[in-house]
Design a protein around this ligand. Structure first.
Ligand SMILES: NC(=O)c1ccc[n+]([C@@H]2O[C@H](COP(=O)([O-])OP(=O)(O)OC[C@H]3O[C@@H](n4cnc5c(N)ncnc54)[C@H](O)[C@@H]3O)[C@@H](O)[C@H]2O)c1
Length: 255
């Protein structure tokens, strides 16, 4: 029997990068998968890839920063598959600029908090509601190394990810006796469109790319699959005594 057979897994940010790898991995391991993303065509394509290889998948267009979208996402999930056993909240955005706190554009600051923190909170809130109704479940939030230590010139992102870790730890305590576990993964540099084309545009900047590589003791970036594997493990029965943990996935960076 596959590890997630007869389980329903919900993945946000499933159109790209870490979320895409997570959704595909859940499907390979037997889960029915609900994929949510603001990017519709790419999200539907991942769902189609799962169906083409014999799995069951539903794509739901969704902006996690909009409460009504999350209510709809949970509703569609329950209508289609009846429950949510595992949720991986991966959707997030990076900052567009590098600026110290006093110069950071206010609109960008608020947007990162709205998507990365408020949006993740909406996801967790309504997933918990469903998991309480059905008697249990597991949640993983994809936070960041920037949720563990400060990141100069990237304060809203770091603040949003520190907030996610605070949410995860608090919720873990609140639901510890309710058969609901909630953990975070905190990756350093993972080779995805976000980091290659985002704030520091590593794809176009060999010096910044080398810096990002050197940050890990392994002297390489991580791959999306290497984060997905940890998220699936945290959702599985193999991690049954772990809750409230914010786990660095960092190639030894914080060793
Ligand atoms: N790549 C890294 O180095 C790295 C490191 C640490 C943490 N992270 C975190 O990992 C998560 C996934 O990032 P990734 O690197 O795979 O990036 P990515 O850009 O490849 O994927 C992010 C996905 O989230 C979706 N998304 C963005 N805003 C959304 C919204 N409002 N509603 C719904 N979907 C939305 C995007 O459309 C995209 O498909 C993010 O939360 C990011 O902060 C990434």
């Amino acid at each position: 029997m596959k590890r997630f057979e007869q389980k329903v897994a919900l993945v946000t940010g499933a159109a790209s990068g870490i979320g895409r790898a997570t959704a595909l991995s859940f499907a390979q391991e037997g889960a029915n998968v609900v994929l949510a993303d603001v990017t519709q065509e790419a999200g539907e394509a991942v769902a189609q890839e799962i169906r083409a290889s014999g799995g069951d998948a539903l794509f739901v267009p969704c902006n996690i920063g909009e409460r009504a979208d999350i209510v709809n996402l949970i509703h569609q999930t329950i209508q289609t598959f009846g429950r949510i056993d595992c949720a991986v909240n991966c959707a997030g955005i990076a900052g567009k600029v590098s600026k110290p706190v006093h110069e950071y554009p206010e609109e960008d600051w608020l947007q990162q908090i709205q998507i990365n923190l408020v949006g993740t909170w909406y996801c967790v809130k309504f997933q918990l509601e469903q998991m309480l109704t059905q008697g249990g479940g597991t949640i993983v939030c994809v936070s960041s190394a920037a949720g563990l230590v400060g990141q100069p010139e990237n304060s809203p992102y770091a603040a949003s990810k520190h907030g996610v870790n605070g949410l995860v730890k608090s919720a873990a305590i609140e639901y510890a006796t309710k058969n609901i576990r909630i953990n975070a993964v905190c990756p350093t540099a993972i080779e995805t469109p976000m980091i290659m084309h985002g704030r520091r545009k590593l794809a176009e900047n060999p010096e910044a790319l080398q810096q990002a590589i050197n940050f890990q003791r392994m002297k390489r970036m991580g791959q999306p699959q290497e984060v997905a594997d940890v998220a699936l493990w945290l959702c599985s029965d193999q991690s049954s005594f772990i809750t409230g943990h914010c786990m660095a996935v960092d190639g030894g960076a914080f060793a």
